[in-house]
Design a protein around this ligand. Structure first.
Ligand SMILES: Cc1ncc(COP(=O)(O)O)c(C=O)c1O
Length: 388
């Protein structure tokens, strides 16, 4: 029987020297060989033969194995940030003359990397909406990569994994998907045929707003190329941060399950409030993504978005909160709110905002682990400050 996620997240490698409950932090940047001929072993097994910590490190490897298990992947590689993971994974596979099709609505920095940096390598990038992505094999047969994320920031709209993978396979393309918003507890894209999953582990996996980290998960074969690129680009995680991630992983499932429950309650509360024009949360049956989310997510997540009449109302709401911090990022134990037009979608033209389905009155909420009763009271008091 394969072990369940909470068990995998707790029981990784053993401390065989002292039987400590925690796997040790190997802070060494370099590891000595016993004999010069041992270097030959490095050619065969780069992950398990430790020689230099940019290539691999035992503390890091312990966490990589856990993330692979949680994502139902053969292997995983850790990075110093989500962007290090995303950029390295994309450039591990796309080469000069290749075509990438990408969802138009992406995490802002991933979008800017694909729009402004990737074309400098002679790689063609086309941004598409969901419907165009599902049919992209017709317009872009032979594309090298499909890059997308679901749920999408900030509206939590869901993209069909089934339809995207089907189209990518017809095109002969690899799929890379950002699973940060859902976390491996709520969604396993590899079950639906996605080839490579990327994470900003800074978010739910880290979970305490104190670690920058990223991860890539997929087949052993594909991850060989990713590790080779990591060695060259150098975005490795340091062992201290990997240890912190190991500690965080042990509570990932209970954290995310509570965040799912609290977000559902809060979304339902917001849905009853007259001052709120729209509530976006995949767990609300009237929301357009509900059907897709039911099919591909095990939980609806801790992220939601509300739409107030205008930017001023959004500012009053955010500035009136006592518990919710007005801060960018997500996935931590503390509730965070942010106004997309002032943060992730700043400086976008009205047309760009329209195609991102983002309005000035939107507030994105990352529901933390405070008691949901206290959060609802905080939200109620803040809503009361908005003039009727
Ligand atoms: C969905 C998503 N992907 C990737 C990233 C980038 O991760 P990092 O900030 O760890 O580089 C973020 C950061 O906000 C994100 O929200």
């Amino acid at each position: 029987m394969t072990r369940k996620k909470s068990t995998e997240a707790i029981h990784g490698r053993k401390d065989s020297l002292y039987r400590g409950a925690n796997y040790p932090i190997y802070s060494s940047t370099t590891f000595a060989v016993e004999k010069s001929d041992d270097y030959d072993k490095f050619i065969g097994d780069q992950e398990e033969f430790y020689i230099y910590s940019r290539y691999s490190n035992p503390t890091v490897r312990n966490v990589e194995e856990k993330i692979a298990a949680l994502e139902k992947a053969e292997d995983a590689v850790l990075f110093s940030s989500g962007m290090a993971a995303i950029t390295t994974a994309i450039l591990a596979f796309a080469k000069q003359g290749d075509t990438i099709v990408a969802l138009r609505r992406l995490y802002g920095m991933a979008y800017r990397f694909l729009r402004d940096v990737v074309p400098n390598f002679g790689i063609h990038v086309h941004f598409l909406d969901e419907a165009e992505l599902y049919a992209a094999h017709k317009e872009f047969p032979g594309a090298k990569l499909y890059y997308f994320e679901t749920p999408i920031n900030p509206t939590t709209d869901c993209v069909s994994l089934e339809k995207t993978v089907r189209s990518a396979r017809k095109a002969g393309a690899l799929t890379i998907m950002d699973n940060t918003f859902a976390s491996p507890i709520n969604q396993n894209p590899i079950d639906f045929g996605v080839d490579i999953v990327v994470h900003s582990a800074t978010k739910y996996i880290g979970g305490h707003s104190d670690i920058m980290a990223g991860a890539v998960a997929g087949s052993k074969e594909l991850l060989k190329s990713v590790r080779e690129s990591l060695k060259a680009f150098g975005g490795c995680i340091n062992p201290m941060d990997a240890y912190m991630l190991d500690r965080s992983l042990k509570t990932l499932k209970v954290r995310v399950e509570q965040q799912n429950k609290s977000a559902q309650r809060i979304a339902e509360y917001f849905n009853r409030q007259k001052k709120i024009l729209n509530v976006y949360y995949p767990g609300i049956p009237s929301v357009r993504s509900y059907k897709i989310a039911r099919k591909q997510m095990m939980g609806f997540g801790g992220m939601l978005c509300i739409e107030l009449p205008d930017l001023n109302s959004a500012k009053i709401f955010c500035d009136s909160l006592e518990l919710g911090l007005n801060a960018t990022s997500l996935g931590g134990v503390e509730t965070l709110v942010s106004i997309p037009v002032l943060t992730s979608h700043i400086k976008m033209s009205p047309d760009e905002l329209k195609s991102a389905r983002v309005s000035e009155g939107m507030v994105r909420i990352s529901v933390g682990l405070e008691d949901p009763d206290d959060l609802i009271l905080d939200f109620k008091n803040a809503l009361a400050k908005i003039p009727a």
